[in-house]
Design a protein around this ligand. Structure first.
Ligand code: ADP
Length: 730
């Protein structure tokens, strides 16, 4: 192709030159005219190309030469018009034509000489232009105005020595320019350099031919003009090459490179790229898109993009909305959507869509970028689940739980058990827990946060809290430090246990121990006193007195044993180890036996027993039955300080034997009656002083009656007396 083109160019050139030759054969003036017009046309073209491509010409050499050719061609026009035979301008003839010719050649050679020195320098095209105008005007003035330009041709003698020497001088200038050009060749593409050197060499050759012609119509003149045309053409080639072809090549090369880069970027990008048409079908995808969705390129191209989204609000519904937005020309950024892979598994993407517009600013395509955020989404979901789990765990705790900012006491997290008043997370811990405006302090109310910051360990402090009704509660506050990477305490986990009940029980235990010691001490004092008296002073005592003392000791020992017995029964009942040893028990016998064991003043109390004929026996644990009766009888005595009648009766109903003990003592109010059979219940302000007791007797009775399958109750009126009754199943 290149060869054909080159040969056809050579052929055309040869044809042009041959036609010119034919023209010269026909009429030399015509030839001259055509040849000059041809080179003038090329000269103007050189200027036009150089001028218009001056932005691409990265060296000023060509712009300077290009502008020169405008003026050279101008001079050549004058030369053509004054050529012998043209008869257009007055004074035309070989001499004037040759003078103008010489001017043109001097300008040409001068331009070639100066141009290399402008390489790498700034050149103002307008100043250059003005400089040329000045030079040309001066030259034209020497010929047309002042007439001082030396003669070049004298009719009859031919070329003057000035003309011939000038041509040699021009040749020398050109040769010098070639040398300078070769020295500065690094500024030129090698092809362009060759063209320039060839143009100059041919100009030199052309000049040499012009030194030898005798007639303006002779053969040397003809060859000289041919060579001039060739040199102009080569110059033109050099300028076009530099000003147009090379820049375009560079432009296209850059364009090609950036297109290749874009394609590589598109295809190999780690994120999925989709180009979706206005009809919603995929037009182009990259490799990451196929990997993201598990479809091949051919499966994706042409497919409606909405098909790829999950059938959910965060899938298809959202995608449809984004598609509508893109169609109306909106850009979309950072939207999270759920897609489906080819195997149906979900994949989450972060989607950005940019509409691509055509020249009429109509949306024609969307360029979408999808970043796979499935792992992040799953992690977020897991974190959310864990957060919910943690929140639920905290909420399920029955005791208050907080996370407190160590720097300013602010509550960051609080469960609902902690939010007992209106203050919510974000308020200070001391406000929330105590409703005070300063952090807790002092040994009575130490601040757990301060303790944690100082000790850097978990701490436990005890606080008193007051609720909205001012009820006091004892709270055990647990503080646990949370550290940052540097080991500073940033937060404290705090939870509070209500230990009010524990404190109450502790108090009850203490009271009970005191009570028991007191209850045991009185009979023990009597026993040790009596025994000591008998032992130390026995010889001084009558037998009667000694016996009485020993009797007292035995009775108190019995009381002691009864108290301890009650305690033992109770602890058995608590431990669920209250086992009965039931047998036929004679009722009358058991009651009499029990009455015999209690201590009372027979002068104050009359104890009456009222029994039925039948049944005379009952199936029960005799020892436990005696204990029940003894507790009730002792109470009847204890709480009837004035004495009175105490009646023990038994009567059967359909299923049970009902045994009652009634007295005429102080009685019990209705409200107190409800509490009597619970642990440690004693009526403190019953008006009696120094009536000992542990508050356990009735509880023991209830446990033992219930162990027999019966029940126990009281009927009483304050000041009138009480009747305690219990049943034993028959
Ligand atoms: P205590 O060791 O105090 O007598 P009890 O359990 O036997 O313990 O009785 C509980 C309380 O019931 C007594 O403290 C007393 O106030 C009241 N109580 C019991 N029996 C009578 C009664 N017969 N008359 C009046 N009050 C009684």
């Amino acid at each position: 192709m290149v060869i054909i083109r080159r040969y056809s160019m050579v052929l055309i050139a040869a044809l042009v030159l041959f036609s010119l030759y034919l023209a010269s054969e026909y009429h030399y003036l015509l030839f001259h005219y055509l040849a000059e017009i041809f080179s003038i046309t090329v000269g103007f073209s050189i200027f036009i190309v150089a001028w218009n491509s001056r932005r691409f010409l990265d060296n000023n050499y060509f712009l300077f030469i290009g502008i020169a050719y405008l003026f050279i061609s101008g001079l050549d026009i004058l030369h053509t018009l004054t050529y012998p035979g043209m008869n257009i301008i007055a004074g035309s003839g070989t001499n004037l034509a040759a003078q103008l010719w010489l001017c043109a050649r001097y300008v040409e050679a001068g331009a070639f000489l100066i141009a290399p020195f402008l390489l790498g320098k700034r050149l103002n095209p307008y100043i250059t232009f003005l400089s040329y105008i000045l030079v040309i005007s001066l030259l034209a003035g020497t010929i047309f105005y002042w007439g001082v330009f030396p003669d070049c041709f004298i009719e009859g003698t031919g070329l003057t020595s000035f003309k011939i020497n000038s041509e040699y001088a021009i040749c020398l200038i050109l040769a010098g320019s070639m040398v300078i050009l070769i020295q500065r060749r690094r500024h030129f593409d090698s092809g362009v350099l060759k063209l320039l050197l060839a143009a100059m060499a041919i100009t030199i050759a052309s000049e040499l031919f012009f030194t030898i012609y005798v007639s303006a119509y002779g053969v040397p003149n003809l060859i000289g003009h041919f060579l001039k045309i060739i040199s102009f053409y080569l110059m033109y080639k050099a300028i076009v090459e530099t000003g147009l072809v090379a820049p375009y090549n560079i432009l296209f090369r850059d364009l090609k490179q950036s297109e290749d880069q874009y394609r590589d970027l598109y295809d190999e990008a780690p994120n999925a790229f989709f180009s979706v048409g206005i009809d919603g079908r995929i037009e182009r995808v990259n490799r990451s898109a196929t990997e993201l969705l598990g479809f091949s390129v051919s499966e994706l191209i042409g497919r409606p993009v909405l098909d790829l989204y999950a059938d959910t609000t965060s899938g298809k519904t959202k995608a449809q909305d984004i598609f509508n937005r893109f169609r109306s020309g909106q850009e979309v950024h950072g939207e999270e959507l759920e897609m489906r892979k080819s195997d149906g598994t979900p994949v989450w993407i972060d989607l950005s869509v940019r509409p691509i517009l055509d020249a009429n600013r109509t949306v024609v395509l969307s360029q979408s970028i999808a970043v796979d955020i499935t792992t992040r989404k799953q992690a977020e979901e897991r974190i959310q689940q864990q957060k919910e789990l943690l929140e639920n765990t905290l909420e399920s705790l029955a005791y208050p739980f907080y996370v407190i900012d160590a720097s300013d006491y602010t509550i960051e997290v609080a469960n609902s058990a902690a939010r007992w008043n209106e203050l919510m997370a974000g308020s200070k811990c001391y406000m929330m827990t105590h409703g005070i405006s300063q952090p807790c302090s002092g040994p009575e109310h130490p601040c757990p946060l301060e303790d944690v910051i100082v000790s850097r360990r978990p701490v436990i402090v005890e606080h008193k809290h007051y609720d909205s009704q001012d009820n006091e509660t004892n709270i055990e506050v647990y503080g646990h430090p949370i550290f940052d990477k540097e080991g500073n305490v940033t937060q404290m986990i705090e939870y509070c246990l209500d230990i009010t009940e524990r404190r109450k029980i502790d108090q009850m235990k203490d009271d009970f121990i005191g009570l028991v010691s007191h209850e045991l001490r009185s009979p023990l004092t009597v026993i040790t006193g009596a025994l000591n008296t008998v032992l130390t002073e026995g010889e001084f005592l009558t037998q009667e007195a000694a016996k009485q003392l020993l009797n007292d000791a035995a009775l108190e020992a019995e009381t002691l044993s009864h108290i301890l017995g009650n305690l033992v029964e109770l602890s058995r009942a608590h431990a669920d180890r209250l086992f009965l040893y039931a047998q036929e028990v004679d009722i009358a016998n058991t009651i009499q036996n029990t009455i015999g064991r209690i201590s009372y003043d027979p002068e104050l109390y009359q104890i009456e027993v009222d029994l039925p004929n039948k049944p005379s026996t009952v199936y029960a644990d005799r020892i436990r039955l005696e204990r029940i009766l003894r507790n009730l009888l002792e109470n009847a005595v204890k709480y009837s300080p004035e004495g009175g009648r105490i009646q023990v009766s038994a009567k059967p109903d359909e299923e049970n034997l009902i045994i009652s003990v009634s007295d005429q003592g102080i009685g019990i109010s209705a409200t107190e009656q409800t509490k009597l059979f619970a642990s440690f219940q004693r009526i403190e302000d019953n008006g009696l002083e120094e009536v000992g007791g542990l508050g356990l007797g009735l509880l023991v009775c209830r446990r033992l009656v219930e162990a027999h399958g019966g029940r126990i109750w009281v009927e009483s009126e304050p000041g009138k007396g009480s009747t305690f009754s219990f049943t034993i199943p028959l």
